[in-house]
Design a protein around this ligand. Sequence first.
Ligand SMILES: [Zn+2]
Length: 382
Amino acid sequence: MLSAMLTVGPWELEHDDLAGAFDRLHGTVGITGLSLRVATAPQLQLVAHAYEHQTFRTRGGLFYHADPDRYSSTRCKPIMSAWLKRKDPLERIGEACTQSGLSLRAVVSASLTGRIAAKHPDMACKNCFGDVSSESVCLANPDVRAYLAALVADVSARPAVTALVMADLQIAWSEAHDHDLRAGPALGAVERDMLAMCFCESCQQQAGSLGVDMEAARDTAKRLTTVSLQRGAPCDQPLDAVLADQAPLTLLREWRTQTLTKLVDELVSACSGELILLRRAHHDRALDDFAAFADRAAAVITSVEEIETIRGAMCPSARRNEVQLPGWLTCAPHNAELVRGLSQAVESGFNGIDIDGYGLVGDSGLAAIRQAIRYARRSAND
Ligand SMILES: [Zn+2]
């Protein structure tokens, strides 16, 4: 059966009558399950059907009550969101999901959970110019890896949670991909990729000990960025062509992929239920990494921004493919696109769909989702 998920933050579910809202999502709209964000990056959003807060802002962190005993082997300790009330929202939402017949997945950010990098600069990613990220932790760092394994074990053991969705699985100085990075016209795909390369102590030590010339790799990343900045225009060659005669950087990238592959294996072992990976279609290089380890996970969800990119968003090596669409597609006049997009996804072979952002969806949006799911199911003869 085609799974139809809705990604949601616990702050979007402050209803008194949660069971009533979930019954409607399941029975009327056709949603089969929720993907609940439990470890998130900083967020600022408007909530369409807020019970308490129409504007919601968080510096990120964990949105459930973590079990501190699980994190004893790592210096990286869980940081709870200040929003957390006394009662654990994961427990409350899990109970309501079970009552309403909705499945429940927990969504965890691997590298961008709020405030960890800022609190532990020694665990954060560092770019070729030595700038330490305030957003992203490095997934090569042993304390970060132990923390993530503990987090996966902790969350996946909760009643009602059937799967864990791992987002932001990347080793990257993430500010390189921020929209608000002021950089002028010289910052193209190649320059962003060079700026995103991590040269933190863990990367230097581990890749260096395997024979990667880290000094040369860093000099090349610096040079490629600086040359474009001086020229005032981005590199006009594709990254593969640029890297063709840059052995240290190519080796460093291969090591990075292997490191992420090992991490996925560790997380699959730690997870009580299914481990699912979420990738973003607009980070082209991240897709290359995913091809190496997609088959380790139970499924891969590819997040797309444009309906036109759905057909190319399939991850060929994944055991199961799902597609995630942004919540704004449920708004008029995009609803027709949503219907077309979901049908296209099903025809392209995707086994599941996911709408990202329950909080962005008003009543008319829910009607659009209902219609899109019905058409998609018809296309799939579901
Ligand atoms: Zn690193």
